[in-house]
Design a binder for this molecule. Structure first.
Ligand code: NAD
Length: 371
């Protein structure tokens, strides 16, 4: 038995608890069949925490997040809390987690299972086998730069200001994450900016070039953000790891996500800087929200949450073999034609959230030769 890994599980609102339950089942399976045990603490976040404590994230839960080896987050929000003050909204809980844990690197994979290639808005041949990882800078850039605001000049002219600002440390650390990840993938990094028209782009390119020299095995290509958007829909399989700033990353990761065709299948991770022992603070969450329209109906797709968990196994715990097993089982379930409603198509069987979880456990047992 290896030492238990401390996970803080924050299921949140809407479908968050339903999809989290399927992850708990897989964790139980791992403890039983793989001798990997987790010490899981559950906490409240978002609307659930507002209802219980009047705040979307308590200081105690924040402290639990800081103490955990990794945080697994479901989703927050819903119409019930739409009217609460901005700083008390469910999303404020997630924003505080990201800020206090200093999670500056947002990892958004976009991959397409062969059996799901038809779900993409692009031609199946263009996306079959797609496997891209977008690394987006998450805590700086134009979303945070000062000055910002809307003002009226003495002349009566109104104007709005946002500031794109990056320090060398901020660019350095996120680009380094991208190179490190590329060495564990296909050794290719596209560094994306607008060096043709933006000073921060020139700066970003200069730093990426310098860091690239430290990774001779990784091929570095610079690309303008507008071209990258075009290439993502023209020939997405040319990419391995893409690293870019907060604004471009926001747009390009959504664009790449849609190449896969389904929100219910997309995981993400947000990583902080490594400490002295090399351990990074990390939060893993599906890209989708709390889906209030289907919450409580046992129809939500749990795969984005499960894939967020496999990212955790890889990047926080180095459990690549276990992550491979689970991802392989997901692939087999999908290939067998089992689908939750969001990804069902003619010729596939529509199953519930819990049945999808059951099918997955069966495939896992099969994969290790139990059945
Ligand atoms: P959403 O992602 O919750 O839902 C969009 C659509 O996709 C809905 O039709 C929903 O039923 C469907 N969907 C999403 N996840 C699914 C899944 N796993 N399986 C099957 N279908 C799925 O986005 P929204 O409707 O814009 O927002 C709903 C609430 O979620 C809002 O309160 C919003 O603020 C919040 N939200 C939270 C997060 C987060 O917690 N990180 C992210 C996005 C939105």
């Amino acid at each position: 038995m290896t030492a238990p890994k401390k996970i803080l599980l924050l299921p949140g609102d809407g479908i968050g608890p339903e999809v989290s339950r399927q992850v708990r089942r897989v964790m139980d399976w791992m403890a039983k069949r793989r001798s990997v045990s987790f010490e899981v603490k559950e906490g409240l976040v978002g609307g659930a925490s507002i209802d219980a404590h009047g705040t979307p994230l308590t200081d105690e839960t924040m402290a639990d997040a800081m103490a955990a080896d990794a945080v697994l987050f479901g989703a927050v929000g819903g119409p019930k809390w739409d009217e609460v003050a901005r700083h008390l909204r469910p999303e404020a809980g997630l924003l505080r987690l990201r800020k206090d844990m200093d999670l500056f690197a947002n990892l958004r994979p976009a991959f397409v299972y062969d059996s799901m290639a038809d779900a993409s808005s692009l031609k199946p041949d263009l996306v079959r086998g797609l496997d891209i990882l977008i690394v987006r800078e998450l805590t700086s850039g134009v979303y945070f730069g000062q000055p910002r605001g809307i003002e009226t000049l003495p002349t009566g002219v109104r104007r709005a200001i946002d500031t794109q600002l990056y320090t060398e440390i901020e660019v350095n650390r996120v680009v380094r994450v991208a190179f490190d990840l590329a060495t564990k993938r296909r050794n290719k990094v596209h560094s994306v900016e607008k060096a043709n028209v933006m000073e921060t782009g020139v700066f970003w390119r200069e730093i990426a070039t310098k860091i690239g020299k430290e990774y001779p095995s990784v091929e570095l290509q610079h690309m303008y953000a507008d071209n990258c958007a075009m290439q993502l829909v023209r020939n997405p399989k040319q990419f391995d790891v893409i690293v870019t700033d907060n604004l471009f990353g926001d747009i390009l990761s959504d664009c790449a996500a849609m190449l896969t065709g389904s929100l219910g299948m997309l995981p993400s991770a947000s990583l902080g800087a490594p400490d002295a022992s090399g351990r990074r603070k990390a939060l893993y969450e599906p890209v989708h929200g709390s889906a209030p329209d289907i919450a409580g109906q046992n129809v939500a797709n749990p795969l984005a949450m499960l894939l967020s968990f496999t990212m955790m196994l890889r990047w926080s715990f180095d459990l690549h073999e276990d992550a491979d097993l689970i991802e392989g089982a997901i692939k087999s379930v999908l290939a067998s034609g089992m689908r939750t409603a969001d990804i069902a198509s003619p010729g596939t069987a529509k199953v519930s959230t819990t049945t999808m979880g059951e099918m997955l456990l069966r495939e896992l047992d099969k994969a290790i030769g139990i059945i």
